[in-house]
Ligand binder design. Structure first.
Ligand SMILES: [Zn+2]
Length: 224
């Protein structure tokens, strides 16, 4: 049901769409209203002052007259572009494995349909063959990916859980979600993941480069 109508799109009382955040791209997809389909071009976090991190703005094509069809209270069937989202989930879970393999703080992250890119704050060299072999091993290990919740205070008392310098965990709402990947990675994360590392499938270390004197960039791609 439409809960709020903004300049660029609409918010619903609940949604399956993931808004851009934590380096992961926002979902695209379709809304069906009274038998007509409207394309959602992107999803962003709501900027309304009373919004929670789960409130998402579904952006619609400005060339289409969607306002007349999406008044507050209108029931809507929302469907994400699942092929694209599933690649985000595979890539995103692969970045957790990469964190485990490299074991350095992250200071930049981008997860899209076509690649995942992580920047590690480090000066040592990374060997592409070693990183690839370790990633392959962890994918094949079929590790379960699960979530658990801790309080803001517990997170503050365990600051070593935060592995990203560029994305702050969503504290201020009482509790924070931690993602656990087998026994190799545990960190606060609000993104979307597959349920088991085997689902990542064929991931390839496409490139490792020196982004700056203190940063190593690793780019992953999916081979299927
Ligand atoms: Zn994650």
């Amino acid at each position: 049901m439409v809960a709020y109508v903004g300049d660029e799109g609409v918010e619903f009382d609940r949604t399956v769409f993931y808004p851009l955040g934590g380096g992961q791209a926002g979902d695209t997809g379709w809304l069906t209203v009274a038998g007509q389909r409207l394309r959602v071009t992107d999803t962003r976090k709501s900027r309304r002052p009373d919004a929670t991190p789960d409130d998402a703005v579904h952006l619609l094509d400005p060339a289409v007259d969607w306002r007349s069809r999406l008044a507050v209270g209108t029931p809507v069937h929302a469907e994400i572009d699942w092929d694209r989202r599933y690649r985000h989930m595979r890539f995103h879970t692969a970045t957790h494995l990469l964190c485990a393999v490299v074991n350095q703080l992250v200071d930049g992250c981008s997860i899209t349909r076509d690649y995942a890119r992580l920047d590690f704050s480090m000066t040592d060299l990374l060997d592409r063959g070693v990183v690839q072999a370790e990633l392959d091993r962890l994918v094949q290990a079929a590790l379960p990916v699960t979530c658990e919740w801790i309080s803001d205070d517990e997170l503050k008392a365990n600051a070593q859980l935060v592995k990203s310098m560029s994305v702050s965990p969503p504290i201020g709402f009482g509790r924070v979600r931690l993602m656990r990947v087998g026994d190799v990675d545990l960190q606060p994360c609000g993104g979307t993941h597959v349920g088991n590392t085997a689902e990542i499938g064929h991931v390839r270390v496409a490139k490792i480069e020196k982004k700056s004197a203190r940063t190593r960039r690793v780019v992953l791609e999916l081979l299927d």
